[in-house]
Design a protein around this ligand. Structure first.
Ligand code: ATP
Length: 190
């Protein structure tokens, strides 16, 4: 089984990385693919960094991490990144992957509104992890991932950068360096 961890990753943070590792262990996944959305359908026009910057930061964050990879499938497709399209593409390329969607409780709340949600459920298993402040009832899912509650969000990191606060320990060092070198999140959107 292959874990598919989609998101805007604006930027990737240690919460994402810890959860991906815990999910890989507890669900016995062969690998976890991080899928940066070109445009997250519920955040259209709201991404602070470009899709390319978000993908580069992911690549830096997982460099050398066993079983982790960045999948650029959603970056090459125009328009909002719908998971149903991604699943169809991935399954066409590799029919045997047995995809498991890894979803945080807050994002799971919107799941019933996803495009072709019944088809998504037919094509993939769904595993959810709890998130501080997220809803407690994840609905009918394949598995709940027993994971630590980690109160880190990309929003908090963007705000810290904008306020001149350190993001050391919140994100991998290479990601903090990339953000500084490219002047990301200095102003504009939270
Ligand atoms: P933002 O603050 O910009 O909304 P985010 O921190 O929620 O970003 P995303 O890239 O939107 O990060 O999240 C991708 C996926 O990871 C979603 O399923 C989200 O629920 C989950 N996720 C992110 N951070 C956490 C966390 N600290 N605990 C549990 N799930 C998380």
């Amino acid at each position: 089984m292959v874990g598919l961890f989609g998101g805007s990753f604006d930027p990737i943070h240690h919460g994402h990385l810890i959860l991906a590792r815990v999910a890989m262990e507890s669900l016995e996944l062969d690998e976890v693919r991080f899928l940066p959305a070109r445009e997250q359908p519920f955040k259209v026009g709201q991404h602070a960094a470009t899709a390319e910057d978000r993908a580069r930061m992911l690549e830096l964050a997982i460099e050398g991490a066993e079983g982790f990879r960045v999948d650029r499938t959603e970056l090459s497709r125009e328009g909002p990144s719908f998971t149903v399209d991604t699943l169809r593409t991935l399954l066409r390329e590799s029919p045997g992957i047995e995809p498991v969607l890894l979803i945080g409780a807050d994002a799971m709340h919107d799941f019933p509104k996803w495009r072709e949600v019944d088809e998504v459920r037919r094509l993939a298993r769904v595993a959810v992890f709890d998130r501080p402040g997220g809803p407690r009832d994840a609905g009918a899912v394949w598995r709940r991932v027993p994971a630590p509650l980690i109160d880190i969000s990309s929003t908090a990191i963007r705000q810290r950068v904008r306020h001149g606060q350190s993001i050391r320990y919140w994100v991998p060092d290479a990601v903090a360096q990339y953000i500084a070198a490219h002047g990301l999140y200095q102003d504009g959107m939270a």
